[in-house]
Design a protein around this ligand. Structure first.
Ligand code: ZN
Length: 428
């Protein structure tokens, strides 16, 4: 057993939109969180732990559940911050050439290790991940996550058209690869398989149907794709699938929408799409830094809810693996539409809300006995400017909102996965 002393913040339930009151989160300052030898949270208490329990006193620091990034690409760290394109040109100019290199298993293994360690160094302990079309890229993801004990959801990307040589599969080969990966990795340790359709334009109708059949055959599988991200993409989907009434309809007709579906972006949906989304139980992974950087559009969170909305970096279209930077961008995207995203709604979406949308609330997303001890420990401030601002905050919401807006990975002191310390900041 070990125990960590800090200020604990999490969410037993969904905060009310726009409400900044202190009762929205669960705030337990100066508490001890006890971790058992299986890596589960054993207890949370104010009193000192019993003698013999290893103590880690981090008084004055903030302890949150590890962040959950619901849409991120493991091979795309090298294309971060690429100049001058929107989605379709960005894919062809930067992303596809980079992903092609992952057909080499050594490149995929090295890149995946770098990627997962980077997530941990940003306070993210669970992620829904796109690797590449290559089967070995999914093997690399699951084996590196298993080594670290991390919760990951991912799968080999399906794309059998409109992609360059070296990045296309075919329906039969892809199905064989998916079945093999599912058998070896799905439900093994903390890995889950996601049927992974890049987006409708890069799969033939036959491949989409195959993906839908895989989902239908096993309702414990996840599904991930991109939908309605960019106006040119939406127009292109309309040309490729003239019988469908919308981009979302293409996915729906293929049987890809269910309560374990994670749809990245969802900017250009209409009211009928949103009603359908809600009815299927699928969630939208909102990726604000990506949407701003690629000029894709402003996601309407209020109109999309009550469908579940989680938060994602979408690196490398997104500009940072930091969930605080991503949440600060989400605030700005809502502000552009006359809405106010509270610190409570933002943090909930990146922790408990994402866990619930993924049906993993029994494992991650909160600080409760029985859940895995996936934790991150943060400094309230690391410099003179944020210290000045945080020091003047009146009340809990103002303090947490200022922290969320001003902080990033430099504020991370430590990350634990299943109770094991996997990141500790080097101190000079
Ligand atoms: Zn993406």
């Amino acid at each position: 057993m070990k125990a960590i002393r800090a200020d604990l913040l999490d969410f037993p339930s969904q905060p009310t939109w726009g409400e900044t009151g202190d009762h929205q989160p669960r705030w337990r300052p100066d508490h001890w969180l006890l971790i058992n030898d299986l890596g589960h949270i054993a207890a949370i208490q104010q009193e000192e732990p019993a003698a013999g329990i290893e103590r880690h006193d981090h008084s004055g620091k903030l302890l949150l559940p590890g962040f959950i990034d619901t849409h991120v690409h493991s091979p795309q760290l090298p294309v971060l911050a690429s100049y001058g394109t929107e989605l379709l040109d960005w894919l062809n100019t930067y992303t596809f050439p980079t992903e092609t290199a992952w057909q080499d298993p050594a490149v995929a293994a090295r890149g995946t290790a770098l990627f997962l360690d980077a997530l941990l160094a940003h306070g993210t302990t669970a992620a829904v991940v796109f690797p590449t079309v290559h089967k070995t890229s999914a093997d690399a993801l699951f084996s590196a996550a298993t080594q670290r004990g991390m919760r990951v959801i991912g799968g080999k990307v399906l794309m059998d058209r409109h992609a360059p040589d070296g990045l296309r599969d075919d329906v039969r080969g892809a199905e064989r690869d998916c079945r093999d990966l599912i058998e070896r990795w799905h439900g093994q340790g903390r890995n889950s398989y996601a049927v992974t359709v890049r987006f409708a334009p890069t799969s033939t109708p036959e491949q989409l149907a195959m993906a839908g059949a895989l989902c239908k055959a096993d309702p414990t599988l996840y599904m991930q794709t991109h939908v309605a991200e960019n106006r040119d993409e939406v127009r292109w989907v309309g040309e490729l699938f003239p019988a469908a009434r919308s981009s979302l309809d293409v996915d729906a007709r293929a049987g890809l929408l269910h309560e374990r579906s994670v749809l990245a972006h969802g900017i250009w949906l209409d009211a009928e799409d949103r009603a359908r989304l809600y009815a299927t139980g699928a969630q939208v992974a909102h990726c604000p830094t990506s949407n701003l950087f690629l000029g894709s559009g402003l996601f309407d969170w209020r109109a999309t809810a009550p469908a579940p909305v989680s938060i994602a970096t979408d690196v490398g279209g997104g500009t940072s693996l930091s969930m605080q930077r991503t949440l600060a961008a989400a605030y700005a995207v809502q502000a552009m539409q006359g809405q106010r995203l509270t610190a409570w709604s933002a943090l909930h979406a990146a922790t408990r809300g994402a866990a619930e949308a993924l049906q993993l609330q029994g494992e991650i997303g909160a600080l409760e006995p029985g859940l895995m001890a996936d934790l991150c420990l943060w400094d309230w401030s690391v410099g003179a400017v944020d210290a000045e601002r945080i020091g003047r905050a009146q009340g809990l919401h103002e303090k947490v909102f200022a922290w969320l807006t001003l902080s990033d990975e430099r504020h991370l002191a430590a990350t634990w996965v299943a109770g094991r310390p996997l990141f500790t900041r080097r101190t000079a």
